[in-house]
Write a protein that binds this ligand. Structure first.
Ligand code: TA6
Length: 282
């Protein structure tokens, strides 16, 4: 078993040099290296005590996004231990490796959320690409409603130098607007740029998004069941107030999240749901 700052983790390594590291806490991908470059951001001040959310990588928000419900912010899945081991990694087509981590209901989840479920997080690493897929199975006798997100923290060379393309023309919910009024939807004009707190929920775009700096960095796609894309950068002021970020961390990260939040997903008894986010290094 590998470790990340003292926490158990699983490492995937391809012969060409691409690699990934996944913490058992939250099945959180914490590192993805492609073309010799780290593509994910993890805060130097992140907690690593085994139960506080880890700041960075790809947190799995489940079964609740943010504070849109009665559970802890972003749901309990990101603070709990998932099961999986390095030996479970399997080769996949295209010279890759994949691993699936598992989490099911237990006394702690049933105390706050009365559902029988199995959640699987599959990480597929291929040369130049990372796919992360969340699958949920309703093992109970009643409908299972949830909201969720793959809250990916992408590493950027400078938040003010990057632009996110592909959301042009879409109306978005602006969570950073003063008073955040639910029925005002500004329309995105051109690429999204950063420098102040940005916290927006867009409908899923028809095509993949592209993150560019002075050169193309990443292509970001999400499967159709992820009905929204959340774009978050805390900007300098909020970042100062986040105790698990360094004051300049906002310059090094950008969250582009595959999310299903505006309408809860409802899985019928015995039913399954799954959706992936696909990242490609450019
Ligand atoms: O996805 C964006 C967001 O919901 C923001 O509103 C911000 O709170 C962020 O997630 C981080 O949340 P966290 O609980 O990890 O501090």
């Amino acid at each position: 078993m590998h470790e990340w700052r003292g926490l158990p983790a699983i490492a995937l390594q391809l012969p060409g040099g691409d690699s990934a590291l996944i913490a058992l806490q939250g099945a959180q991908v914490l590192s993805w290296v492609s073309q010799g470059q780290e593509r994910l951001f993890v805060s130097p001040r992140s907690a690593h005590d085994g139960h506080t959310p880890i700041r960075g990588g790809i947190p799995v928000c489940f079964p609740q996004f943010n504070q849109r419900g009665p559970l802890v912010k972003h749901g309990f899945a990101r603070t709990m231990a998932w099961s999986g081991q390095s030996e479970d990694a399997q080769p996949v087509e295209g010279g890759g490796l994949q691993i699936t981590l598992r989490f099911e209901d237990n006394a702690a989840t049933r105390a706050v959320w009365p559902h029988a479920f199995e959640a699987l997080l599959t990480v597929e690493l291929r040369p130049g690409a990372l796919t992360v897929r969340l699958a949920v199975h309703n093992r109970g006798a009643k409908d299972l409603p949830f909201t969720a997100a793959l809250h990916s923290y992408l590493q950027v060379p400078g938040a003010e130098q990057v632009e996110l393309q592909g959301l042009d023309g879409l109306g978005y919910w602006d969570a950073a607007a003063a008073g955040a009024v639910a029925d005002t939807y500004p329309v995105q004009a051109g690429a999204v740029r950063f420098g102040v707190e940005t916290d927006r929920v867009y409908p899923r775009a028809a095509q993949a998004l592209e993150l560019n700096a002075d050169k193309p960095l990443l292509r970001i796609a999400q499967d159709v069941p992820w009905s929204e894309t959340v774009v978050w950068n805390p900007g300098p002021e909020l970042c100062q107030r986040l105790s698990d970020m360094a004051p300049d961390s906002w310059q090094h990260m950008l969250c582009v999240e595959a999310a299903a939040i505006d309408a809860p997903v409802v899985i019928a008894p015995g039913g399954h749901w799954q959706a992936a986010q696909h990242l490609r290094a450019l």
